[in-house]
Write a protein that binds this ligand. Structure first.
Ligand code: PLP
Length: 406
């Protein structure tokens, strides 16, 4: 199968699924007819909005004046090894709220508003998706309901406080293990009570169709900007573009700008946690197997009975047993390469980028920095790696100080 690139009406080139929402054999629709009807409504509304200049103009205006786009591309000269490849950073950490998630949250809330919905709801693990969504809801005057496990609430004080200040209804979930998985179930139960008035906002390129293509379209701005900025600065294309992969939204966003350039190597970096030879990692594409999880087909880390495995990463945003269908497809097609970095490598990269460039990365983003630090010395000075710095590290500073004993 060929990689198809559609210029959707927002002017963004993206990987296009087939009419059922499959990227190759991954992704796809949901079986349940009642939910399928709700998702079809979202899919139709999304297509209508993307073809409506009043929607796309508002989205582009908010990106510019509210989020602060375009985010810069920065040549990290101090981080680039002598005699090795040059490292460039796409600075998504400089967005309002400090990460790329605001890109799709604004798109989704704007869509919900156009659909006449009253309330947006979602689950959150560490609270990053919750904060970005609560921000977009405050901005666009939409009710917001976030489900979060009680264990996570106890762990993530600053994000819990942010969500409260932003005015969202935080629903503590104590059933099961009181973590992300239970928050997903709880949010879904709430959604099914009143789907006519509610919009379920998914936080990555995961879940059933149309979420993967929708979130991808909102994140593809990263790659579109980065490509133009890189060419303006260097006169050519990067040798490699790289991003960390949790669900895969920031990575597919960056890749979107370069899919049609076969000479540009696409690299996704997964969390190897305590090591690929342990069970404490979340290296889905590296060690997972294809199957159906959370309503879509993807590679995922699974137990013998097909249940998703418990996963681990020091970066909570990467701690997911599955991955977006686009990445499964790109892996099988050989178009993208998936590598991994351990917790330990991420900590080292976190410190290195902070001290070499004065940029404190999110622990999630530190995984791709670790990859670049490993890879660049093997390349030549006329080559380059453009990596996506998906978020800033403010949220991680206390944890890093404690862990490294600084
Ligand atoms: C959530 C998050 C990620 C992982 O999500 P993707 O969908 O894989 O992009 C990466 N970096 C940061 C800063 C995040 O908040």
């Amino acid at each position: 199968m060929n990689i198809r690139i559609d210029a959707n009406p927002g002017g963004m080139a993206v990987l296009a699924p087939d009419e059922f929402g499959y990227f190759g054999e991954y992704g796809g629709p949901i079986d349940d007819p009642r939910i399928a009807a709700l998702l079809q409504e979202i899919s139709d509304a999304f297509d209508t909005c993307m073809a409506d200049p009043t929607y796309t103009d508002e989205l582009m205006s908010l990106r510019k004046h509210y989020v602060g786009r375009p985010s810069p591309v920065y040549h990290a000269r101090n981080l680039s090894p002598e005699g090795g490849a040059q490292i460039y950073l796409k600075r998504e950490d400089l967005n309002h709220t400090g990460a790329h998630k605001i890109n799709h949250c604004i798109g989704e809330v704007l869509l919900a508003k156009r659909m006449g919905k009253k309330r947006v709801l979602a689950e959150t693990g560490a609270g990053q998706h919750g904060v970005a969504l609560a921000t977009a809801c405050a901005l666009l005057d939409m009710e917001c309901e976030i489900h979060m496990g009680v264990v996570d609430i106890a762990k993530e004080h600053p994000n819990v406080s942010r969500m409260k200040i932003l005015g969202c209804d935080l629903v503590p979930v104590s059933m099961g293990t009181g973590t992300l998985k239970d928050a997903v179930d709880s949010a879904f139960i709430s959604y099914m009570k009143d789907p006519e008035n509610m919009f379920f906002a998914i936080g990555s390129v995961t879940g059933p169709a149309p979420y993967p293509r929708m979130v991808q379209a909102f994140q593809s701005i990263i790659g579109q900007e980065a490509r133009k900025q890189f060419i303006d600065q260097t006169g050519g294309l990067p040798t490699e573009v790289a991003a960390c992969v949790g669900g895969g939204s920031n990575a597919i966003g960056l890749f979107s700008g370069f899919l049609d350039e076969p000479d540009v190597q696409l690299v996704g970096v997964e969390p190897a946690g305590k090591g690929l030879d342990t069970s404490d990692h979340a290296a889905t594409l590296t060690l997972g197997k294809p199957g159906v999880m959370h309503g879509f087909r993807c590679y995922y880390l699974q137990e013998d009975d097909g249940e998703p495995s418990p996963v681990h990463s020091v970066a909570s945003g990467l701690d997911y047993p599955g991955v977006g269908p686009q990445h499964c497809y790109l892996k099988d097609a050989g178009r993208a390469r998936y590598e991994s970095a351990t917790d330990k490598e991420a900590f080292a990269a976190f410190m290195e980028l902070s001290r070499a460039e004065g940029i404190i990365p999110a622990l999630e983003s530190a995984h791709v920095v670790a990859y670049a630090m490993r890879q660049a010395p093997k390349m030549s000075p006329d080559q380059s790696i453009l990596l996506n710095l998906s978020g800033r590290g403010d949220k991680d500073i206390d944890f890093v100080i404690e862990t490294l004993g600084l």
